[in-house]
Design a protein around this ligand. Structure first.
Ligand code: IMP
Length: 178
């Protein structure tokens, strides 16, 4: 399937599953090495990162836990723009090593806000693992500890990422046809 139609747009295959999984292997290898003995809590930021989180967890061999959070659609405006509040984190993360799992870092706004909020809960360490990163879109100073792969600044779907709710189920990644 080299081209798919989702709603009103067409998308071309750009990153096959095999390549995505190799990138996940590499992220897992580094986390296994870095966080052995730290009992990290992985926090999957829904919805987009469910596939990355699942593939990553299967490759982690260290003792770890996972929790799932969502970001509220809107909750006021802060210095970096719209601040989305983390909801669903019922676990005490004080003095824990936390790894935020993101599908994609685009402008960087979401992850910067999320890290800020998590830090206020008193963890020992907060790290970020993102499957994808758009360096040309991200003009902010954002610390990404683990990046699956850098991608061009184009709109994509698949592997958990959606276009208006659709396309999350695609196992490969597709790029919009302009
Ligand atoms: P940021 O705040 O600009 O870094 O955007 C992060 C969020 O925007 C991600 O968690 C995605 O939900 C969404 N997003 C950014 N780029 C894309 C894309 O190319 N396709 C689908 N969703 C995207």
């Amino acid at each position: 399937m080299n081209r798919v139609k989702i709603l009103d747009r067409e998308f071309d295959l750009s990153i096959p599953e095999e390549k995505l999984l190799k990138a996940v292997d590499q992220v897992a290898e580094r986390i296994n090495k870095d966080l052995d003995g730290k009992n990290p809590l992985m926090i999957c930021v829904l919805n987009g990162s469910f596939m990355f989180a699942s593939d990553l967890m299967k490759r982690l061999t260290i003792a770890c836990e996972i929790s799932f959070v969502k970001l509220s659609s809107y909750s006021g405006t802060g210095s970096t723009g719209t601040v989305k509040e983390i909801i669903g984190l019922n676990q005490d993360i004080k003095d824990r090593t936390v790894v935020l799992l993101e599908d994609i870092v685009d402008t960087g706004l979401t992850i910067i806000n999320t890290v800020e909020q998590v830090k206020q809960m008193g963890p020992a360490d907060v790290r970020v693992a993102t499957m994808l990163f758009k360096p040309d879109a991200c003009k902010r100073d954002v610390k990404l500890d683990y990046v699956g792969m850098d991608i061009p600044n184009d709109f994509i779907v698949g592997y958990g990422l959606d276009y208006d709710g659709y396309g999350r189920n695609l196992k490969d990644i597709y790029t919009v046809v302009e």
